[in-house]
Design a protein around this ligand. Structure first.
Ligand SMILES: Cc1cc2nc3c(=O)[nH]c(=O)nc-3n(C[C@H](O)[C@H](O)[C@H](O)COP(=O)(O)OP(=O)(O)OC[C@H]3O[C@@H](n4cnc5c(N)ncnc54)[C@H](O)[C@@H]3O)c2cc1C
Ligand SMILES: *[C@@H]1O[C@H](CO)[C@@H](O)[C@H](O)[C@H]1NC(C)=O
Ligand SMILES: *[C@@H]1O[C@H](CO)[C@@H](O)[C@H](O)[C@H]1NC(C)=O
Ligand SMILES: *[C@@H]1O[C@H](CO)[C@@H](O)[C@H](O)[C@H]1NC(C)=O
Ligand SMILES: *[C@@H]1O[C@H](CO)[C@@H](O)[C@H](O)[C@H]1NC(C)=O
Ligand SMILES: *[C@@H]1O[C@H](CO)[C@@H](O)[C@H](O)[C@H]1NC(C)=O
Ligand SMILES: *[C@@H]1O[C@H](CO)[C@@H](O)[C@H](O)[C@H]1NC(C)=O
Ligand SMILES: *[C@@H]1O[C@H](CO)[C@@H](O)[C@H](O)[C@H]1NC(C)=O
Ligand SMILES: *[C@@H]1O[C@H](CO)[C@@H](O)[C@H](O)[C@H]1NC(C)=O
Ligand SMILES: *[C@@H]1O[C@H](CO)[C@@H](O)[C@H](O)[C@H]1NC(C)=O
Ligand SMILES: *[C@@H]1O[C@H](CO)[C@@H](O)[C@H](O)[C@H]1NC(C)=O
Ligand SMILES: *[C@@H]1O[C@H](CO)[C@@H](O)[C@H](O)[C@H]1NC(C)=O
Length: 579
């Protein structure tokens, strides 16, 4: 073929490639002419001392067409798929199938393309490895992804056609009796812990437990520090001390420009502000963090069980009353995790509509916490003595770490889900009981229990983050409760997926928005398709966050949705393009 013809074709191809679906630039994919050559990838691998991976999808072992097909291994993978640890320990797996478009499930009769997973992965063990990945992606117009654990409910830790940085093997924990932030020239008189970003919160509990210290963190030991802290982080201790990210004294970070920097109240203060609540994989890749720790309190637990076997209306009325008590409970030192599980019909016995509440108070007596639940019991005794049943167990635990292990979250993962949420303040929770009842009935989809976390309150409102403020959603600073609902469907059922996603975003969640129109939602446990996401997740902090994002990452080396500054780009199928 004459060379003129081929170059015309080549130019035509380029024009077609860039203009077919968008007007702007797209990140390269393995199908684009600009994708780095094998030699480029090999050079990256050498600079990383061989730490570049090209993993098969985690479900490939179940598929005859794949090179690692093995019936025995498949059986194990299919079983472990339901656990947190399987996805945490795999370089590319996500806990929720839909974020990889169900493209290679551990089911031999399903398809396996691996479409939706990252292409290459850096198994990073140092900030230098992270920097090499960030630089490579930026210079080569390759989409960059950051995976800590793959827990994310919004699919922000996986990306098709990307180079992924896997932070799981960044290790190291040290404890401090006081802490001097770099460049400050003074010491903060608090106990603290520094942990590399690959650690789950359980590792940190384990390291400080013997010192009789605790830190503000959740109850699922595998939660990764990176996503948890950049999103805010709630904990049973939040109602006392504030959100997890309010405890950050310093972070080490690789910026989108490839600089390894230390951020704190004395240097890189804009980034220090933004990284605490502004969201994951947006302002940089955190490689380590230093957090304040506290003396371990004693814990008094009060476990409530309310059932209504035959009277659904009585159940809803009781739930409205219970919800109305949350400000009172919180103001008096209780926090907790609660689950409302209505059944669609009265079942008279088996599988009743139920409420479970794991409530806690610190340094408190059993009688003091028990007294807080008298109004709920009186309400039930007076209104529904024959149809609603209340029971409670209570005990004191001297050791927070043992308590945490006893109640660590073991719920199954590995399914297709979408969650949505709203932060509820005192105004919303003080609305008349019929309004609360109507809201609950309209907001809770059948199938998954609503998870109402009573984890905000005074500690969060009065928190004093270092440097004066941080970027968490201001809605947290007046909220009591974080109300989560969700939908789930069978993998590969596109009809059910579309229908339920729509219902969750525009129908169920609307009831919660109507109850608390001026509030917002916690970005880490929220709806990926939330319509007004900038306002809902960041409120009045959004303009400053956007300004910092544009300054630190003008070419969008890091991009995810819904993340600060993501407005200018969009997914077209599996291509990420400027619009
Ligand atoms: C079982 C379970 C229990 C949970 N319990 C709680 C709880 O008690 N309290 C609470 O507040 N939340 C809780 N969550 C929500 C949790 O905060 C989010 O899922 C969060 O995204 C987890 O962060 P990760 O790093 O583990 O996850 P990933 O999915 O790996 O990452 C989440 C996001 O953070 C980014 N990211 C990860 N690491 C870094 C890093 N080092 N630097 C920059 N960006 C990074 C990712 O790119 C992605 O955008 C829970 C979630 C699950 C699945
Ligand atoms: C990177 O190098 C290591 C060691 O040489 C090798 O085992 C690995 O397969 C390479 N990775 C890729 C993606 O080629
Ligand atoms: C399948 O995996 C098992 C367990 O790892 C191993 O013992 C066996 O040899 C593998 N089978 C094949 C055919 O590779
Ligand atoms: C990633 O690196 C860690 C630490 O060097 C190593 O133990 C692990 O086997 C590596 N994982 C993969 C999948 O290569
Ligand atoms: C609990 O009491 C201990 C011992 O007096 C104290 O150090 C700690 O700060 C208290 N914690 C809380 C949450 O009240
Ligand atoms: C709650 O009470 C019901 C009815 O007494 C009982 O069947 C159920 O097991 C209890 N649930 C919990 C979590 O204790
Ligand atoms: C449940 O039992 C109650 C009282 O025994 C009865 O009135 C009601 O009709 C029953 N409901 C159903 C759905 O069976
Ligand atoms: C509610 O009724 C039960 C059973 O009759 C009783 O044990 C309990 O003391 C009552 N509680 C309140 C607060 O009225
Ligand atoms: C663990 O949970 C069980 C059952 O809920 C309870 O009986 C036990 O006291 C708890 N132990 C600790 C240390 O919390
Ligand atoms: C998919 O879900 C829809 C809606 O929930 C349902 O009607 C349909 O039967 C499901 N399809 C399959 C193949 O299961
Ligand atoms: C919203 O959900 C309710 C309860 O499931 C249902 O009755 C109603 O039809 C739904 N509305 C729309 C517009 O889908
Ligand atoms: C996801 O998979 C479905 C088939 O199950 C396919 O129709 C759709 O195009 C895929 N989505 C993307 C973004 O590739």
């Amino acid at each position: 073929m004459p060379s003129t013809t081929s170059s015309v074709l080549f130019v035509a191809f380029f024009l077609f490639y860039f203009l077919s679906s968008t007007d702007g630039l797209c990140k390269f994919t393995p199908a684009s002419p600009g994708w780095p050559s094998i030699a480029d990838w090999n050079a990256l691998n050498s600079s990383l001392s061989g730490r570049l991976l090209r993993p098969l999808p985690p479900g490939a072992v179940c598929h005859l067409s794949e090179p690692d097909f093995n019936v025995t291994v498949c059986a194990t993978v299919a079983e472990e798929w339901l656990t947190n640890s399987f996805h945490v320990n795999n370089p590319i797996s996500s806990e929720w199938n839909n974020w990889n478009n169900d493209s290679c499930l551990p089911v031999s009769t399903d398809p396996c393309s691996g479409e939706g997973y990252p292409v290459y992965v850096i198994n990073a063990t140092s900030a230098e490895h992270v920097k090499l990945g960030v630089d490579f992606a930026r210079k080569n117009n390759v989409r960059l992804n950051v995976k800590g654990t793959g827990h994310d409910y919004l699919g922000r830790s996986t990306a098709p056609n990307s180079l992924s940085i896997w932070t799981h093997n960044l290790h190291g924990i040290t404890t401090h009796s006081s802490f001097e932030p770099q460049g400050c020239g003074y010491s903060i008189p608090t106990t603290a812990v520094t942990a590399a970003a690959g650690h789950g919160i359980g590792d940190v509990y384990l390291a400080i437990g013997p010192l009789n210290q605790i830190f503000v963190a959740g109850l699922s030991e595998t939660i990764g520090l990176g996503g948890y802290l950049t999103g805010g982080g709630h904990s049973p201790l939040s109602s006392t001390y504030g959100l997890a990210t309010d405890q950050v004294l310093e972070m080490e970070l690789v910026t989108p420009g490839g600089d390894i920097v230390t951020i704190n109240e004395c240097q890189n203060t804009d980034l220090f502000w933004a990284m605490r609540g502004g969201g994951g994989s947006t302002f940089g890749v955190m490689t380590s963090v230093t957090l304040k720790t506290f003396p371990a309190p004693t814990i008094t637990a009060y476990i409530v069980n309310i059932t209504a076997p035959a009277d659904l209306d009585a159940f809803w009325s009781t739930m409205a009353y219970v919800l109305s008590q949350y400000p009172y409970l919180s103001d008096n030192g209780a926090s907790g995790y609660t689950y409302m599980n209505p059944q669609q019909t009265s079942t008279n016995g088996t599988n009743p509509s139920s409420f479970t509440g794991l409530f806690y108070a610190f340094n408190t007596s059993i009688s003091a916490i028990s007294a807080l639940f008298v109004p709920i019991q009186s309400y039930i005794n007076q209104s529904y003595p024959q149809s609603v049943f209340f029971s409670a167990k209570t005990y004191e635990i001297p050791d927070f770490y043992k308590y945490y292990l006893n109640y660590t979250d073991t719920a199954a993962v590995g399914s297709d889900i979408l969650v949505s949420s709203r932060l509820l303040d005192g105004v919303a929770l003080s609305k008349p009981l019929p309004v609360l009842k109507k809201t609950l009935k309209a907001a809770i989809p059948p199938g998954l229990p609503a998870n109402i976390n009573l984890i905000s309150g005074k500690g969060v409102w009065n928190a004093q983050p270092r440097g004066g403020s941080d970027a968490v959603n201001p809605a947290w600073r007046k909220a009591y409760a974080h109300f989560i609902v969700g939908v789930t469907w069978e993998p590969l059922n596109e009809t059910a997926k579309k229908e339920l996603e729509w219902q969750l975003t525009y129908n169920y969640t609307q009831a919660l928005r109507d109850l608390a129109p001026d509030s917002g939602a916690y970005v880490n446990e929220a709806d990926k398709y939330e319509p007004n996401w900038q306002q809902t997740f960041w409120g009045s902090n959004y303009p400053r966050l956007l300004e910092i994002k544009r300054a630190v990452d003008p070419t969008n080396v890091l991009w995810c949705h819904p993340c600060v500054g993501s407005e200018g780009w969009k997914m077209f199928g599996n291509d990420l393009c400027e619009i």
